[in-house]
Design a protein around this ligand. Structure first.
Ligand code: AAO
Length: 520
């Protein structure tokens, strides 16, 4: 096995000439968080692994679907065309198979894993016009169910098992419709068939052999768990160039379960992790104070307040769907468009031990809200006039330009990713709240966070559980060499420290951890 973690000082070297404004100090962190680099080109992902994600202690990247898809022209090239595959050839708006291979290799070489978003429930829309183009030029005829590059033909789809008038899912209360009918008109594959299982597993195995470490399985709710089990059982182990012999793929399945439907996320627990959509919806409603909710209500955050078991949960604040009104979660969801609340939500998620955390990295689009609905929810990534995706440009201060938002590079978020790594495996302790929306908690003597979402001053001495010394607040700044560019927090030898957070502070949060302790 190759030595995979490149060391936290790597950024210093790689940063030269790349306009990097920040280098990560050496750290005792464990790689923890997944970042979804939504719609990034493979060559940009590769660079980001080397220059930022490895030194920043990120565990891995969720990439956009790598397969060939239909080219949608109306609306012009929406982001969602990538959720309509026409073959399992590996070329897309993000790049060619060679570029994908190069990215996986370079990210693995610096210890950053790649998780591929795989669209295996369906192929493209049944209503796609004859003669529609595809990203690599493969011929297909969706109406006739012909996808010769896989190959699939009409008999490989579920049409004979769906009994709705439209052939689409018409009610989420009927599990047979949800799993045998077409999701928004997309041709629904029959995974009970040997041929289909073989082709899907073959596609996933190709990615595993190339070095991916796992998958986000799109629309898992729309596939029968026993079919997924049969497919997963055929998957190869991870590539031993980078991973220990016998390592199995890490799988998280997209199942939207907000309650109220017969299909439960728990049906998929035996197969892997499951996306916990209640996380962002509930936390968003607490931070927005909907129905009089307060941060102190989060004392029982986790299974006790209705979330799935922590070890089964993929936790996230928003995803590529619900940040633009698709999928589930509704108006409670907080996104980068509301940066103050968003950073509060992400900081809480990264400080709290619940689940496996994923942070979103988005692009900006021309949002056009008409009666609460975004008419431009379809808009694809920043593009050049020829339709190709713009490279991600990095400004001298480390932020992204050209329409790329890069939430994962926002200093408080990047520093909280380090916090999560430093505190990994430590239990939640020393909870404090004021009965309202001022809260604080620690992580087993390695980290401590304080949040003030009330309209009044927070001015209190708290038990942090940390060793005595002076720490640098990683929200208002960070440790830089022996100094601190933000607020300083003095922890007494008995573990107590005083915190003051004004409700008008840029971000009403303070966080410290043992790697942000300043030298005496
Ligand atoms: C596009 C066009 C369609 C067109 C289609 C075919 O937009 O008009 O018919 O092409 O030509 C993405 C886009 C789609 C796009 C599709 C294909 O979001 O707009 O369709 O690509 O290009 C369900 C699924 C879930 C899915 C989600 C969007 O269960 O798997 O819909 N997410 C994934 C991906 C997503 C992708 C696909 C799947 C398809 O992340 O990007 O679609 O590959 C209920 C159900 C949910 C259901 C939602 C959606 O949710 O529970 O399972 O999600 O409805 O309608 C409250 C409830 C909550 C409820 C929600 C919405 O919050 O509590 O349960 O309201 O009613």
């Amino acid at each position: 096995m190759k030595k995979v973690r490149a060391g936290s000082v790597l950024a210093v070297g790689l940063g030269l000439g790349l306009g990097l404004a920040y280098t990560f100090p050496p750290s005792t962190r464990r790689p923890s968080t997944i970042v979804h680099l939504f719609e990034w080109r493979w060559s940009d992902v590769a660079q980001e692994c080397e220059r930022y994600l490895a030194p920043g202690g990120f565990d891995g990247v969720q990439i956009s679907p790598p397969t060939e898809n239909i080219v949608v022209t109306s609306p012009p090239r929406p982001w969602w065309e990538r959720y309509q595959p026409v073959s399992y050839d590996l070329c897309s708006r993000s790049g060619t198979e060679q570029e994908l291979r190069d990215m996986i290799c370079r990210c693995n070489n610096v210890g950053v894993k790649i998780y591929a978003d795989v669209v295996i429930n369906h192929m493209c829309s049944a209503g796609a016009a004859a003669g529609s183009r595809s990203t690599c030029g493969s011929y297909f005829n969706a109406g006739a169910g012909e996808f010769p590059s896989v190959p699939y033909s009409a008999c490989h789809f579920n049409d004979d098992k769906c009994f709705t008038r439209s052939g689409n899912i018409e009610s989420y209360q009927d599990i047979h419709q949800v799993r045998n009918c077409r999701l928004v008109g997309l041709r629904d594959l029959a995974h009970d068939q040997e041929h289909v299982r073989g082709r899907v597993a073959g596609y996933m195995n190709k990615l595993l052999d190339m070095g991916v470490a796992g998958f986000r399985v799109d629309a898992s709710k729309h596939m029968w768990p026993e079919d997924l089990k049969a497919i997963y059982s055929r998957l190869h182990n991870l590539n031993t160039t980078w991973f220990p012999e016998g390592s199995r793929p890490f799988i998280y399945q997209e199942v939207i379960d907000l309650g109220g439907e017969p299909i439960k996320g728990s049906e998929y627990f035996g197969l892997g992790l499951v996306t916990e959509f209640k996380y962002g919806a509930k936390l968003g409603s607490v931070i927005r104070k909907l129905g009089g909710q307060k941060l102190s209500d989060l004392k029982s955050w986790g299974e006790d307040c209705g979330l799935m078991p922590s070890e089964k949960a993929l936790a996230f604040i928003d995803n590529h769907d619900n940040q633009r009104g698709h999928g589930a979660g509704g108006d409670a969801i907080i996104t980068f468009w509301e940066p103050r609340m968003y950073q509060m939500a992400v900081a809480f998620m990264l400080a709290h031990p619940y689940g496996r955390a994923r942070v979103m990295s988005s692009y900006r689009w021309d949002r056009r809200l008409v009666k609460g609905k975004d008419e431009n929810d379809w808009m694809g990534p920043p593009s050049l006039p020829d339709g190709s995706t713009k490279p991600v440009s990095i400004r001298s201060d480390g932020s992204c330009g050209d329409g790329w938002v890069c939430e994962h590079r926002w200093p408080p978020i990047r520093n909280m990713v380090v916090f999560r790594g430093v505190t990994a495996g430590e239990p939640l302790c020393n909870w404090w709240d004021n009965g309202g929306s001022q809260i604080a908690f620690g992580r087993g003597g390695r980290g401590f966070i304080v949040i003030n979402n009330d309209d009044c001053l927070l001015d209190v001495s708290l038990q942090t559980g940390l060793p005595g010394g002076t720490y640098c607040d990683i929200i208002s700044g960070q440790r830089e060499g022996g100094g601190c560019s933000g607020k300083r927090v003095v922890v007494d030898d008995d573990g107590k420290a005083h915190f003051t957070i004004h409700p008008s502070d840029l971000l009403p949060i303070m966080a410290i951890h043992t790697d942000a302790k300043l030298p005496k």
